[in-house]
Design a protein around this ligand. Structure first.
Ligand SMILES: *Cc1c(COP(=O)(O)O)cnc(C)c1O
Length: 398
């Protein structure tokens, strides 16, 4: 009983986590504090807060009360010591990399990372003389060998975007730590409900909060969680470089997080049912979803995830020509570049996550041009299956 109160479940943490209060005028909800600065008439107090000796806030690029509650809630969901938030997921990722790496350093990652992240690796890191070794995502031996060749940082994402490959986080953390490398995991696709990389040994876990944490496709944000020393360094980099989260965005994210467990569990169930349906459909060439028993990475996913997530992708017979006919026929999907929302969202990676890459680069990353990424919402699953079925039927032979 006592144990239970000390370690509340994910649902309880999503609802109550970080909301210490008391808040302004006894409001039960976290107020949006949009003030840029915080005033003091007591000079000693001001000095103490400014120097970090007393709790409080000075200026909202550094810290803000609404933003702080958001950071605390995600920190608790990820089981972390510290957290720092950002204006977007890419701000979180670029701040982590540019804060922790210096010219001459070498880092290792996988070929299937998010398109924007991949751009950082191929376009910007080399300009700062940071050597990025990109390995085939599921070739664990190759990743281990590349880490063993010496690196300061190992950057992982699992499941990956858009082909839902799974990497064995615990295994790769072992080799990274034996070579003193920091392990960073992008947990955007899994969410803390399905996977907690810190408990698998990772040093930092980060999110595009724009996706499942926000869940309503109406707010941008990012967050990084981990041990205090590392997060303090990243916080300091952010307070100087300035990609801070807006207080209003933090409030929207806080409101969204209260239903994270409900949304993600519904999305897990829907996605598994849809992946199974598509897997058995004669007009579908391939389905990518870690929850499928015959799927690549399923065994690792069972070990490190408690649910398989709300995103899947599939390839239809007939290639890009058919994709162009099929997508407009869907009744219940936004055709857009986003994922993790309560509404279903469908689109080809060539126009969404990997639009920054050329066709050749996508091919090299193993992303077929005719792939459809399908981010499952919280609609009734029978309606989504009927919808996909009619679109497939109407495009037979095209
Ligand atoms: C969307 C996304 C990002 C980038 O996040 P933004 O909030 O759009 O900057 C990073 N990683 C993954 C896995 C994503 O899906």
């Amino acid at each position: 009983m006592t144990n239970k109160t000390e370690h509340p479940g994910m649902g309880t943490t999503a609802v109550w986590g970080g909301e210490k209060g008391p808040f302004w005028e006894r409001s039960t909800q976290v107020p949006v504090v949009s003030s840029v600065s915080f005033g003091y008439t007591d000079m000693e107090k001001w000095m103490a807060v400014g120097q970090g000796r007393a709790p409080g806030h000075i200026y909202s690029r550094n810290t803000n009360p609404t933003v702080r509650v958001f950071e605390d809630k995600v920190r608790l969901l990820e089981g972390a010591e510290s957290a720092v938030s950002f204006a977007s997921g890419m701000a979180a990722i670029s701040n982590v990399l540019f804060c922790l790496l210096s010219p001459g350093d070498r880092m290792v990652s996988i070929k299937d990372s998010y398109g924007g992240t991949n751009r950082l690796f191929t376009e910007f890191m080399p300009r700062f003389n940071i050597d990025v070794a990109l390995c085939d995502t599921t070739d664990h031996d190759k990743i281990e060998a590349s880490v063993a060749a010496g690196c300061r940082l190992l950057y992982l994402e699992s499941p990956t975007n858009p082909t839902l490959k799974v990497v064995d986080i615990e295994r790769l953390v072992r080799v990274a730590h034996s070579h003193n490398a920091v392990v960073v995991v992008d947990n955007t696709f899994a969410t803390p409900i399905n996977q907690q990389p810190l408990s698998l040994g990772a040093d930092l876990v980060l999110h595009s909060a724009t996706k499942f944490l926000g869940g309503h496709a109406d707010v941008l944000g990012g967050v990084v969680c981990g041990g205090k020393d590392l997060v303090d360094r990243i916080y300091h980099f952010r307070e100087i470089t300035g990609a801070a989260l807006e207080p209003t965005a933090a409030y929207q994210l806080l409101r969204s997080l209260k239903t994270l467990h409900l949304r993600v569990r519904a999305q897990n169930q829907n996605a598994l049912a849809i992946a199974t349906f598509l897997d058995g459909h004669p007009e579908v060439e391939a389905v990518f979803y870690p929850g499928l028993k015959n799927g690549e990475g399923h065994e690792i996913a069972v070990q490190q995830m408690s649910g398989f997530g709300g995103v899947l992708s599939f390839q239809v017979k007939g290639g890009m020509q058919r994709v162009k006919k099929l997508l407009p026929l869907l009744k219940y999907a936004h055709r857009a570049a986003n994922l993790g929302a309560v509404e279903t969202i469908a689109g080809p990676p060539a126009m969404t996550s990997h639009v920054e890459c050329t066709a050749e680069e996508r091919a090299a990353m193993g992303i077929p041009e005719s792939l459809i990424r399908y981010s499952v919402g919280i609609e009734d699953v029978d309606d989504l299956i009927t919808d996909l079925d009619q679109a497939l039927e109407q495009t037979v032979g095209s």
